[in-house]
Design a protein around this ligand. Sequence first.
Ligand code: SF4
Length: 467
Amino acid sequence: MLDENLLRKYDALAPRYTSYPTAPHFHPSFGENQYEQHAERSNATILPKDLSIYIHIPFCHSLCYFCGCNKVVTKAGGHKVEDYIEHLMAEIAMRGRLFNGDRLVTQIHFGGGTPNFLKPHQLAEILEAVATHFHLDLPPNLDISIEIDPRTISPSQIEELFAIGFSRFSIGVQDFSKPVQSAINRQQSESNTLACIAEASRLSKSVNVDLITGLPKQTPESFEKTLRKVIDAGVTRIAAYSFAYLPERIKAQRMIDKDSLPDTQIRMRTTQLTRDILLDAGYQHIGMDHYALPEDRLAKAQLNKTLQRNFQGYTTHKDTDLIGIGVSAISKFDTAYSQNSSTLSIYNEMIDNQTLPIVKGIALTEDDRLRAAVIQDIMCHSNVDLSRTVSSIVERNSPLQLLDYFKNELKALSEFINDGLVSPTKVGFDITDEGRYFMRPIAAVFDRYLDNGNKGNSGVVPFSRVV
Ligand code: SF4
């Protein structure tokens, strides 16, 4: 069990670093023109990167109280959904025009919301539009994945999704415990969920299950039962996120009884138990909160040092430019991030006006890119080798100069070193096994944007507790 003093010391608010700079630091002066310039620049590089496409489907049948995703709770079959699909298609065409023919798409991911809110034929239409306006790589290099809510799909519908091209499935479970499900307003049939996992595993080499630790009414013992069922189902990847409780920012979370939330010690016990059980079952710990069987591409990517972290979590798709399509979707180049409007009506209106629906973003400085590379190495590899970092960003600096460049940060790490969470090396540092529970505060040492109160452009503290 982790030392309680360490828990007290490091269980602070910190970003999850799915990007650096983090989204609260995107600003509204970055719009369509800036995006187009960065797209052009990315086409003009000597070896242009492959492309990865994220498509956001915001619709959900009901509201889960823990959820911080961009979503619209609505009824199936309504005009709103058809209308959104038309706008998505228009955005796909607008984005496609910006990228040269040598930019191959190697990944398409549908996230939400609930992507399987759409019928298979609607998803197929969207995929067809992507194939029309972009150049797709061929399988097995092309990976098409989808997040599934098993409450609204049957095993035979998963087979239909496989038939239209989906090769990887990520299934939302969160927790099988009935008291937890009722506290988060997400009643989910265990038998249908397990049947969906079985069907997805029959069809695909890679099936992920999302779980959440720290939910209301959850105990380490109750969570262990969920975990064992998921392991028995044979999934190749498990994401065990810690619950980000931010009721000031996420309205739905105000429906959760604060007194039903587990305290820090219980949350940490659950997190540690999760790691112990999964390692014992043969999974490898990936980055901060993911686990994968050795044969899964995620485990291989960690081994080959090609693992990446982006807005969807951990990915095997190294070095792609990310095109985010749909309401609230985020795009990424080496040199910039941008985000679409999070409001459905504004998103639709901007597309109607033939404008890319980008409402904010940020152009990255060289310092941003260096720090982003260090933070990426912390979050993905638990190891920072400044000579490797620097060669990927600026060729003129030697590792020695970089040690000097980051001298204040390396000094600030001494606390973590004294506590046995970080171990220094000649060219950087490693994060110890215990330190992996505190990757976020370790990464935060390199974050220049963290100011008093950690507030971004919105003026609201946007980050959750570390544990
Ligand atoms: S967890 Fe999924 S299904 Fe539930 S509200 Fe959030 S996006 Fe919708």
